[in-house]
Write a protein that binds this ligand. Sequence first.
Ligand SMILES: NC(=O)c1ccc[n+]([C@@H]2O[C@H](COP(=O)([O-])OP(=O)(O)OC[C@H]3O[C@@H](n4cnc5c(N)ncnc54)[C@H](O)[C@@H]3O)[C@@H](O)[C@H]2O)c1
Length: 261
Amino acid sequence: MKGLKDKAVIVTGAARGIGAAMARGLAEGGAHVAVADLRKEDADAMAAQIVSAGGKAIGLAVDVRKRASVRAMIDATVAAFSGLDVIFNNAGIAQVKPFLEISEEDWQTVLDVNALGVLIGMQEAVKTFQALKRRGKIVNTASIAGKQGYEPLAHYSASKFAVVALTQAAARAFGNQGITANCICPGVVATPMWKLIDQGFQEHGLSKSPEEAFNTFAASAVLGRPSQADDLVGVARFLASSESDFMTGQSLLVDGGMVFT
Ligand SMILES: NC(=O)c1ccc[n+]([C@@H]2O[C@H](COP(=O)([O-])OP(=O)(O)OC[C@H]3O[C@@H](n4cnc5c(N)ncnc54)[C@H](O)[C@@H]3O)[C@@H](O)[C@H]2O)c1
């Protein structure tokens, strides 16, 4: 893809699900991709898959909640690919809890990965872009839950509103250096995360069968089907490429038509 070839890109949470699809798609578009995840073995396997398909990739361990770990991920990427052009802060977790049962610990667990993890990823990437004197790009994964609060996912929704806010604030903070920040808001995507959400619905007696919650939520997409991780690849390539250079601070809903803003 134009403006993507040979770009050095990190995707966090890329061992599976949406991140894996993005990493594969970006590499197919010519980017050099660091596949970073808490699950190091799976990240390595995903990177190996990309390499055997003719792409350029490395697998890296990262815990996005830990600044030193994020720093090491970025430094390893800069060393492997001679720089950094784009970071996808995509790693995230979900937890199903009825509103009145969300504890302080639940809040901390979800917000640590989904909000603090994104803040740290953005900060360390910007410092790197500045040191390298590059007009880097930040692409965060928010959600339709970053546009509307969903029950029983209130703390998850709050974490995704935080991602939208961080994206807007960074766009304002670093636009004068040519650094952009945008986010992607997926809808209901068939990934391992939704298997866990479905389980959570059942455990709390909110659904009766596997995939009932998934199907109920997905049914509101006007395009008439749930999303697959590959549905997010086009927009990921666009936001990583120079085709999107004049866009910043935006949250792009890619949800098959669930939420209109
Ligand atoms: N699946 C959906 O319907 C959906 C919808 C909207 C937004 N999202 C968001 O998209 C992103 C990816 O979701 P997914 O469905 O692919 O999830 P997933 O659970 O399938 O994959 C998430 C990946 O993130 C990794 N991860 C978790 N915590 C981490 C940490 N602390 N450090 C590094 N890596 C970590 C996991 O190991 C896993 O490989 C998340 O931010 C999620 O909130 C998903």
